[in-house]
Design a protein around this ligand. Sequence first.
Ligand SMILES: [Zn+2]
Ligand SMILES: [Zn+2]
Length: 299
Amino acid sequence: MEQFDVVFLGTGSPLPSPDRCGAGHVLVAGRQHVLVDCGWGAARKILAAGIFPSEIGTAIFTHMHSDHITDFPDFLFLRWTSGARTPLRVYGPEGTGEMVEGFLHALRRDIGFRLAHHGDKLHPDGILVEVTEISPTSRPEPFFQREGLVLERFEVDHFPVVPAFGYRARFDGRTAVLSGDTTFTESLLHAAEGADMLVCEALNTRMLEERIRALRAIGRDLQASLFEDIPSYHIDVADVARLAARAGVRQLVLDHLIPPVPSAGPELDRFTAGMEAAFTGPIRVARDTERIPVTGAAS
Ligand SMILES: [Zn+2]
Ligand SMILES: [Zn+2]
């Protein structure tokens, strides 16, 4: 059976956390490495997760929220200076081209400095990016097929972030679905049907409400009121469990945790408490730099 893993670079959200960086993953499918989102701190976790940045030939983005994109320029430089000799293929929703162009514009002088300093040790194509913006579809539709790996996108509900995508990856008879940022939505339920792994964002509303009360108690009313807006476009852990059960997924992995909780201990246990009542399969909370294999029915 060929290698098919999801490597977690960042399992947090925009909320600062010492344990969990912004969103970032690498899909490893045989020899192919696909970066999925690259939020704050995620690029710095690539080597720590045992992946050489130059191995990544493709990057896909779920949506243009800062916690999914702001480490992308750092990744581009790490990829280039670790030996990339070909342009990076990038796919994402409308806005992806503008985002890439803006980061490359910001890096323009340094690209010149590096070339002047290192000469032909750095291949000029290794810092190039080829962007393809893909249209939203309610049902998963392929936009990438290479060496047996098929990537499909589907639109999720992260309003007012439009469009926002989830992704489904099919490889060697197995399927992994990444929710992106979303509420409970039919398109995610449909895409996740029978998936071997569902990687789903997760909000624990009760724990978020505790943080809101704590912020109010110390007079941080602006923060508290911004936090109150969070549940309208994320999915509560109870709904994640229900969705995974209805879709019949084999393994559920949580990331993009709101609020961020440590990698171990009572807060982590509270985060998932009660989910097993709805979903009886394995539930894991991913940690930064963790690698989780997508196992199929036979394994
Ligand atoms: Zn996010
Ligand atoms: Zn978002």
